[in-house]
Every structure is written in C-alpha cells, then in structure tokens.
Design a protein around this ligand. Structure first.
Ligand code: SF4
Length: 344
C-alpha cells in the first residue's frame, strides 16, 4: 500500500478564478462568440471547456471582427495591444490578473521617473511581453544570473529590478544577487512581485518534497508557475517530478520502487484533474491519501468593472509610494486599466 501526500494550497488561484469567470460572464452577457486573446490561462482543459461554450481563442486581434467582444487573458497585454483593440472598436474586457497589473504599473512609474528596469523573467512569455510593452525602451528582460552578469545599462545609479509573477523564489534571488554584483546601486522594488499563489504553492511543495519518491504536478507545459513547481520539488528533495496535464499522462515505469507520491496542481489547473489523478493512483495501490496544508488562502478578486459595475469606485484605489516618495494608485486590488486605458 502506498501513500499520496496532497499539497495544499494547490490549483486555481484568485487570478485564474477571475479570468475564467470573466469569460463565462462575457458569454452570458454578450453571447457567443466571445474572442479571447491567447489562452485565457495556460491550461489546455480550461481552454477546451470554454471553447465548447463559445469562446474563440485567437493569437492576434486581426482575427477578431470589428466591434466584437474580446477578453484579454490573465497574463496581461502591452499598451500597443490595447490601442490595436480600440482602433478596431472592440468591446474590451480585461482579465489581466491584478497582481500582473501591479507590475505593469510599477514599470510605468519607474520609467516615468527615468529608471531603467531589469525585468527578471522568461523572454517570450506572454506576461513578460505585456509587462515589457509598458516601456519598451526602458526595460531589459533578464532570464538568468548569467544574463544578469552581462547586463549593460546607461546609468548604473538608476536601475531597479522587477520580476515576472510566477517564477521560483530561489531563481529570482539568484538572478538578483548576480544583478547586484554587476550593479551595486541596484534598487529593490517596493514589494515582492512573485504572487502569493506561486509562493504558497512552492512552499507547500517544499513541505512534502523530501518525503516523496515521486512528485506529480498537474498543469500544462506552457504554464510557468506549474513548471516551476516541478523544478522546486526536485530541488527540495523529491526523488522524481513530472508535470502532467492529467492522469492519462502517467507512465507505468515511474512507479517502480515508489512508496510515497506527492501531488499538487499549478495555479491554472482544475481540481477535477487532481481528483481523477488520485483515483488513478488508488487503482495502482496508492490508496492512503493525506492532505498537507501549509497555509489557507482566502484571496478573491472582483470581476472587471465592465462585468461588475458596482465595484471599483475611484476612492477604492490604494496608494503606494513612487520612487521619489510621492504616491500614485496601485492596481493591487483591481485592474485599473479596465476603463482607464493602458496608461491609466
Ligand atoms: Fe495572478 Fe499569480 Fe494567479 Fe498568475 S498565478 S493569475 S499572477 S494570482
């Protein structure tokens, strides 16, 4: 008899919940088709389910008929994409996660104050492309400590680092250490950009990894936070770790000599797939299931204002310090860009 340790928290975060509900509500309100730029969240099951209900996923706005409804995904978009959508007179509904919107806002603020920005993250990832688009000429993407060591800037005294929201905490620390060795005057951001959901899921994995001969992460291959969970598991002592979309990806060879299996799910992976996996593992003899919870999550984000007109009165906007000590609005509680435009 084998054991399954279920990490908690796992699965959907508040930003993913909100993005999926945004598409569902848009379908109810305006009817299909509702166009969605890129995958609303990086999960094949979620995308397939919403497509079956009338969502049409497109990689470019040129494929969206003028005047249609378009939802921007949780990963966020660059201002140029906003402008393109407005030029096509699209009904824009922005499902950008508020925690991604917060990083966009930081980029705008630092760029406005003359800073260069070292954006720690993966070039080519949608979130990074959107964030970088806020100030193309001020942002350089830094993907590793090696890249950090080679970074060239115009003024070493005015550089700040920011990061993608879904990275592994240790990876960011390594890259920032290298950045600081290269640029001793490097400025820290006002707060941590790695989101609560990524941090909590990584902490939960660290709590069980050493006990696990095998650790299974439910999530799609293009999901950044899910991929990081498998890496964190290996670093924290798991015997082996695999990222799988669902139980159909299991391979018999993975189970030789395995007594304890850890299970988690990335922030974009549905809990139903975890349930199916646990059922499958029981048929293989792993029928003792324990949940190991490291923290309780109670975070919820309201829907975009277009779908929830009672929310986000102007006075509800939180204030955070500017680099020069002044204050400006924060998007930590809501995506301010929904109706304020890309540089709101
Ligand atoms: Fe937002 Fe983090 Fe969830 Fe991404 S993983 S949608 S940044 S809460």
């Amino acid at each position: 008899m084998g054991t399954v340790l279920l990490a908690a928290p796992r699965g959907f975060c508040a930003g993913v919940d909100r993005a999926i509900e945004t598409v569902e509500q848009a379908l109810l309100r305006w009817g299909p088709p509702v166009y969605v730029r890129n995958q609303i969240v990086h999960n094949t099951h979620v995308v397939r389910e919403l497509a079956s209900r009338g969502a049409v996923f497109v990689s470019t706005l040129e494929n969206v008929p003028e005047g249609s409804t378009v939802v921007f995904s949780a990963h966020g978009v660059a201002p140029a994409v906003y402008a393109q959508a407005e030029a096509r007179r699209l009904n824009i509904v922005d499902a950008t996660c508020p925690l991604v919107a917060k990083v966009h806002q930081e980029v705008r603020r630092y760029a406005r104050h003359g800073y260069e920005i070292a954006l720690v993250g993966h070039a080519g990832h949608e979130e990074i492309e959107g964030t970088r688009g806020e100030a193309q000429d001020r942002v350089q993407v830094v993907g590793s400590p090696e890249e950090a060591a080679r970074l060239e800037v115009q003024d070493e005294s005015k550089v700040v680092w920011l990061s993608q929201t879904t990275l592994a905490v240790d990876d960011v620390a390594d890259t920032v250490r290298s950045l600081r060795a290269r640029l001793p005057l490097l400025q820290d951001p006002p707060g941590d950009d790695i989101c609560y959901a990524s941090q909590n899921r990584q902490d939960a994995i660290r709590a069980i990894a050493e006990k696990c001969d095998l650790l299974l992460v439910i999530g799609s291959a293009n999901s950044s936070n899910s991929a990081r969970l498998a890496e964190v598991a290996l670093r924290a002592g798991a015997g082996a770790a695999y990222l799988i979309d669902d139980a159909s990806y299991l391979e018999d060879g993975w189970f030789a000599g395995v007594e304890t299996i850890g299970v988690t799910a990335g922030a974009s992976a549905p809990e139903s797939r975890v349930g199916e996996l646990v059922t499958d593992l029981a048929t293989r003899g792993y029928d003792h299931v324990e949940q190991v919870e490291t923290t309780e999550e109670r975070i919820h984000f309201s829907l975009p204002r277009k779908l929830d007109p009672k929310r986000l009165t102007p006075g509800a906007v939180e204030q955070v310090p500017d680099p020069d000590g002044q204050t400006s609005p924060s998007a930590s509680a809501a995506p301010l860009r929904v109706e304020e435009g890309p540089d709101g």
